[in-house]
Design a protein around this ligand. Structure first.
Ligand SMILES: Nc1nc2c(ncn2[C@@H]2O[C@H](COP(=O)(O)OP(=O)(O)O)[C@@H](O)[C@H]2O)c(=O)[nH]1
Ligand SMILES: [Mg+2]
Length: 381
């Protein structure tokens, strides 16, 4: 998103280039009264109005906190300072009624990852629908909803493919059928699709299906205030170690109530309050960064007087692909990239000094960009 349209409430006109730049999106899911809307508000700093209809999702944008940018700004003094962004969607709680769930799951299909808010806080004023606090029970019941959604899609497609195969032989369809049968078997044994070990060609075959249990999953453990000082040990304390061991998952302990209060305060007041609770860093920052990593994203930086900026790319992208994040013309006309590690640049105090120290490398088309590279692209045209 460009600077002018970074605010969640802004309407992005089609004429703006940023309209075409796809934002990675994470869907917030979970049972009712677990703190999903509170989390959404904390992450996006958006004011959330009551929904006019229960299934209307809230969509908002969060800045990805980046200490590197904060430091580099001190030597470049740019007019503008632009952070990377990701998008969160709050779709509303899963219901007991399966048919209603099907509708609330639909907006999640376009998401790139899911964040499941798991309730660990006690609050007699807000009873948990399912009874006493039990994280594993909640996690399993939400996972089952995702898998049922996928099972329905899989079964429908299998029937269709089998019908087509009766009419004509097609090796591609045969391969798809085999893969879908593997998916069905996995789902029937209550194994989410993200746990299937798939080859790149198989992954590609499945992208069109928008399966929910295949999306990377961030478990957000919503702790009570009293657990704040020992949040880092929450996983062991609640016996949830096995969650983080699974492929394409991550776990972030979080204190929703405290973070909500922090997000209302000035930086100085927030630091004081964090001290009082014995918190070392903001849970909000940790959570957004964990989402970013889980999505397989990294940032490279561009620095100059007009603007210091973090750009989002996928891990493993080459220098010309990274240039494409800025503008397709730079990708097309790419010649070389001047690359310097952000810390080297900071220590040197600027590009000229870093060049003198031999820390600025000239990289070609094959160069794989690293997180925290500061890049100057050389291009023709
Ligand atoms: N004690 C406590 N209460 C919370 C916390 N998070 C949310 N709540 C309360 O739980 C209720 C439901 O929160 P909400 O974010 O609307 O949950 P949602 O139904 O999952 O969207 C509200 O009354 C919140 O004040 C938390 O971390 N601790
Ligand atoms: Mg809600």
């Amino acid at each position: 998103m460009c600077n002018a349209h970074r605010d969640a409430s802004d309407h992005v006109p089609q004429g703006c280039l940023c309209y075409y730049q796809k934002l990675m999106q994470t869907g917030i899911i979970g049972l009712p009264q677990t703190g999903k809307t509170s989390l959404f508000r904390i992450l996006t700093r958006a004011r959330v109005e009551a929904r006019s209809t229960p299934n209307q999702p809230h969509v908002g944008i969060a800045r990805v906190p980046d200490e590197r940018l904060v430091k580099l700004v001190e030597i470049f003094h740019p007019k503008k300072n632009t952070y990377a962004t990701i998008e969160y969607v709050d779709v509303g709680g899963l219901q007991k009624d399966r048919e209603k769930n099907a509708a609330s799951l639909v907006p999640l299909r376009e998401s790139d990852a899911l964040a499941h808010v798991v309730r660990l806080f006690e609050n007699p004023a807000v009873p948990h629908e399912a009874g006493p606090i039990d994280a594993m029970r909640d996690i399993e019941s939400v996972e089952i909803e995702l898998m049922l959604h996928d099972l329905e899609q899989t079964t429908k497609r299998i029937e269709r493919v089998e019908k087509d195969l009766k009419k004509r032989k097609d090796p591609l369809l045969e391969a798809e059928l085999q893969l879908l049968q593997r998916c069905r078997q996995s789902l029937e044994t209550e194994k989410p699709l993200r746990e299937l070990d798939l080859k790149p060609a198989e992954q590609k075959m499945l992208t069109g299906f928008l399966f929910l249990s295949r999306k990377p999953m961030l478990y957000v453990l919503n702790l009570g205030d009293e657990e704040a000082p020992e949040a880092a040990r929450a996983v062991e304390k609640h016996h949830l170690e096995k969650l983080a061991e699974k492929p394409h998952t991550a776990v972030v302990p979080f204190c929703g109530k405290i973070e909500a209060e922090l997000s209302e305060l000035s930086d100085a007041e927030a630091a004081e309050m964090m001290n009082a609770y014995g918190l070392k860093e903001s849970g909000r920052d940790r959570l957004i960064q964990a989402t970013y990593r889980l999505l397989g994203l990294i940032s490279f930086l561009t620095c100059g007087e007009p603007e210091c900026r973090a750009w989002t790319i996928e891990r493993g992208m080459t220098a010309p692909q990274a240039a494409g994040a800025i503008h397709s013309d730079i990708e097309k006309n790419f010649i070389k990239a001047e690359v310097v590690n952000w810390e080297d640049l900071l220590r040197a105090g600027g590009f000229a000094a870093a060049r003198e120290r031999g820390q600025v490398r000239l990289e070609g088309k094959e160069y794989v960009v690293k997180d925290g590279d500061v890049i100057l692209f050389r291009h023709s045209g």
